[in-house]
Design a protein around this ligand. Structure first.
Ligand code: FAQ
Length: 325
């Protein structure tokens, strides 16, 4: 449903309105929910914000898995707060998507039926406590790299949601790096666990930025509309440039022998992830896709009584109001 490449040409939008709309975008104006917008712009935002919201919610699962097994009370409290923050991010984003005329129930149904995606990264398992460090450091680190520019995105509710989300993601990234420091500067066994977590999360983190620019179907239109501010490859390069020195400080090795500073480009050279693996994961064939969707389906089913109760209460109140009038 949301997977098609949406362009203005494919819709019946009034050409004069399209020109005026693009002029507003080019002038850096924010578009608000009640403003006129091309149908493609609305659909692209619903797709991107909806997928982003789903990622925050599904993204709670790999870390939620470790809350009961955190090594200290302090680490447990921090991890619990972090996972709760992700729920909050999902809720702001669902609200931002709702301003575009889609309901949260519709978005949830699209996730559960496989019509909408969520970030590939959350289809990988978290096998050891060091993975909590790697997720915070690398996954939240990649998320921030992508989301800081989105604070300037053209759609007002999305841009505003991003401001708070980015502040919280910074804390998440630091707590992950703090776990990595503890492990990397700990016993040889702890350091080996930290290295193993880096080995497993490196390439999946690079995949978070999406396919290489030549295979990115949405980038050109999304950047013209300032729904995306950078290409996938630009952000991936910035992430590598930020992360390699952090790994060096930890005394850990990036699992890619091609990583090397390139003076000419002012950035690191690195190997591309295995894109066939990426496309398999986003098609639903990653190591944990089935498990993640089962968990979301169960949460949806388990919450049915509560949603029914809310609706029954609302209808009782409406009936009482009519009777009193
Ligand atoms: N995973 O044409 P493009 C987080 C799909 S939040 C799955 O380049 P686009 C916080 C893409 O949808 C992480 N699918 O697409 C946290 C499209 O398929 P479609 C989420 C992917 O949209 C941390 C197709 O490939 N962040 O982690 C992925 O222009 C820790 C072609 O790709 C956001 O959502 C992928 N990685 O660029 C939570 C940020 N990449 O839809 C818990 C906002 C691409 O046509 C714990 N989103 N695809 O069927 C974006 O910036 C963009 O949507 C991109 C993809 C950059 C992700």
């Amino acid at each position: 449903m949301y997977a098609q490449m949406v362009t203005s040409e494919a819709t019946n939008d009034d050409p004069a309105k399209l020109v005026a709309f693009q002029a507003r975008i080019d002038a850096g104006e924010k578009i608000e929910p009640k403003d006129w917008m091309p149908e493609g712009y609305r659909k692209t935002l619903i797709r991107q914000i909806g997928q982003h919201a789903h990622s925050e919610i599904v993204g709670q699962l790999p870390e939620g898995n470790w809350i009961t097994r955190a090594p200290t009370l302090e680490r447990k409290a921090i991890l619990l707060a972090k996972v709760q923050d992700e729920a909050g991010h999902g809720l702001y984003l669902y609200c931002a998507a709702e301003t575009l005329g889609v309901s949260r129930d519709e978005l949830t149904e699209a996730l559960l039926s496989g019509k909408m995606k969520y970030s590939s990264i959350f289809n990988y398992p978290t096998l050891t406590w060091a993975d909590m460090g790697a997720v915070g450091w690398l996954v939240d680190g990649a998320a921030i790299m992508n989301q800081v520019p989105l604070q300037r995105t053209s759609f007002g509710p999305y841009a505003r949601a991003m401001v708070r989300i980015c502040k919280e993601e910074s804390f998440h990234q630091r707590q992950g790096y703090d776990i990595m420091m503890k492990m990397a500067f700990g016993t040889p066994a702890q350091k080996a666990m930290a290295q193993d977590a880096l080995n497993r999360f490196w390439y999946p983190s690079l995949m978070m930025f999406g396919p290489s620019d030549k295979d990115s179907v949405h980038s050109a239109q999304s950047m013209a509309w300032k729904i995306k501010m950078n290409t996938n490859d630009e952000l991936r390069q910035k992430f590598v440039d930020q992360t390699v020195p952090q790994a060096e400080y930890l005394g850990l090795t990036i699992p890619d022998p091609a990583v090397k500073w390139n003076e000419d480009k002012g950035g690191y050279d690195f190997s591309e992830p295995d894109w066939s693996e990426f496309f398999e994961v986003i098609k639903g064939n990653g190591p944990c896709n089935a498990e993640r969707l089962e968990a979301r389906q169960k949460a949806w089913d388990d919450g049915a009584w509560f949603r029914d109760g809310l609706m029954a209460h609302a209808s009782k109140r409406a009936t009482a109001k009519v009777a009193a009038e």
